[in-house]
Design a protein around this ligand. Structure first.
Ligand code: URP
Ligand code: ZN
Ligand code: ZN
Length: 471
């Protein structure tokens, strides 16, 4: 199957140029600059099976979301999107690869958790997918299992200074796991908030009568994210390994990442759309605020510009969603009497690419090249997928978007594809949307309609990222 995407402006992390892209079967065969192509007749007379006219549009690498939680058992319930519904929703929003977090149940093996995730995703995900592993226990057995997982293409391990009794690990356990990655080439990803102290503050708030969702935001001080982020980075420095901070939410935590990077530490971090566009105010509207409960929590509005600046300066390398959707009715409602019982997590996988285009490029905070870098290229580079993913070069997977930078749409739960009964971005009018979403040469979405096959996705066996391998 030969498809020619013609007349578009190819936008990559390195630059933009008018070019035609020839896709043969699942891969990019050629990228031909239009002037040269026409002058030298490179594509003249070429027989193709399909032509996609991208006049007036960008041709960009498909989005890569490295932080999702499909079907995660959490907070006494399950994240609502399955691999089928969640990956389909992601595709509608211009994402073509997801990395999801398999979870270890406390007291059980990593293997059991990973096998369960493979079973959930295989034949269901419409997008190529890989896994990180969330560890609830660090002991001799799980440390040994880490080596095996790295060998199986699951090289990243999320540890938590939050959620005591569920996923929390004390410092010595975190340090042990970091030491192990120095040997096996894996990477530790940190959920950095001081969980035990937050639990004390939350209990005090409830005892004083604050049981509404706003209590969630009030209890989880930004300085407690800063402290845990700093601690995580110093522990990694002591172990001699890189570290990746997930879902960084605050100016305070960003400061320590910036300082660490300035002194040469191998510290990397992501933020999420919810921290760039929403704020603590959203938690304040009575029990409606439950729709916005996630950890770390939404911060006061004045943190947002610091995060955008961090993305521009590369103190933050990428944006992932932390997609972990729970219905408002029946799931978030578990915490009606006590904010501590509201399942933590937000739906966002469908909106990331377009929100970043709107807030980043349209609103003048970054170039379109940097937009491509933070939504596709850096995720591929940091997680061992580049240049198979995140690039438009011969030999790369043909994961491509024909992107209309001018289309305006309004986000709403009434029209989104995520299996969740509300949108955190309800009513947002944003500019930019994908006309065509292609995964390994197959068109999945065209003009907002699903046209792809079921179960198209494949497991991505990933190697260590360059910066881990070379550290
Ligand atoms: O609130 C959140 N972030 N829920 C998902 C689990 C996690 O900590 O990433
Ligand atoms: Zn987390
Ligand atoms: Zn998460």
């Amino acid at each position: 199957m030969r498809t020619l995407i013609t007349n578009g402006l190819v936008v990559t992390a390195d630059g933009s140029f008018e070019a035609d892209v020839l896709v043969v079967d699942e891969t990019i065969e050629a990228v031909v600059g239009r002037e040269t192509g026409v002058a030298e007749g490179v594509l003249a007379g070429l027989a193709v099976d399909a032509t996609i006219d991208a006049a007036g549009k960008y041709v960009v690498p498909g989005g890569i979301d490295v932080h999702t939680h499909m079907e995660l058992p959490f907070g006494g319930t399950y994240a609502k999107d399955t691999f089928e519904s969640g990956s389909k929703a992601a595709a509608h929003g211009g994402t073509t690869t997801i990395l999801d977090f398999a979870a270890q149940t406390k007291g059980r093996s990593l293997r059991e958790g990973l096998d369960a995730w493979h079973a959930r995703a295989e034949g269901k995900s419409v997008l190529d997918y890989g896994f990180h592993m969330m560890m609830a226990d660090v002991n001799d057995a799980t440390l040994a299992e880490m080596d095996q997982l790295v060998a199986e293409g699951v090289p990243d391990f999320k540890l938590f200074t939050a959620y005591p009794g569920v996923f929390y690990s004390p410092d010595d356990h975190i340090f042990r796991a970091m030491q192990r990655t120095r040997e096996n080439g894996g990477l530790i990803m940190m959920h950095a908030e001081n969980g035990p102290v937050i639990d004390v503050i939350a209990a005090d708030l409830v005892a004083a009568g604050t049981t509404a969702p706003i209590g969630h935001g009030l209890a989880r001080y930004a300085v407690l994210e800063k402290e845990a982020t700093s601690r995580s980075i110093y522990l990694a420095e002591a172990a001699g390994v890189p570290v990746y901070i997930v879902h960084l939410s605050s100016r305070d935590a960003l400061e320590v990442v910036t300082d660490a990077r300035d002194r040469g530490a191998m510290a990397f971090a992501e933020t999420c759309p919810q921290y760039l566009f929403l704020s603590l105010d959203d938690l304040g509207n009575g029990f409606e605020g439950a729709k916005y409960v996630c950890s770390p929590p939404l911060r006061p509005k004045d943190h947002q510009e610091a995060l955008w600046r961090g993305l521009l300066k590369d103190d933050l390398q990428l944006v992932a969603t932390d997609h972990c959707p729970f219905d408002f009715h029946g799931q978030k409602e578990l915490g009606r009497e006590d904010f501590r019982k509201i399942p933590n997590g937000l739906p966002a996988v469908e909106d990331r690419v377009d929100l970043l285009h709107h807030g980043g490029v349209v609103q003048g905070r970054m170039s379109r090249e940097r937009w491509v870098e933070i939504m596709a290229t850096n995720p591929a580079k940091l997680f061992g997928m580049y240049p198979k993913k995140g690039a438009i070069v011969p030999g790369s997977d043909a994961d491509l978007l024909v992107y209309d930078p001018n289309r305006i749409r309004t986000i709403s739960a009434a029209t989104h594809h995520m299996d969740v009964d509300y949108s955190i971005f309800e009513g947002f009018e944003i500019q930019g949307a994908s006309d065509v979403v292609m995964s390994r040469g197959t068109v999945l979405v065209r003009d907002g309609e699903w046209v792809g096959p079921a179960g198209h996705g494949r497991f991505l066996r990933r190697g260590p990222a360059d910066y881990v391998r070379l550290a």
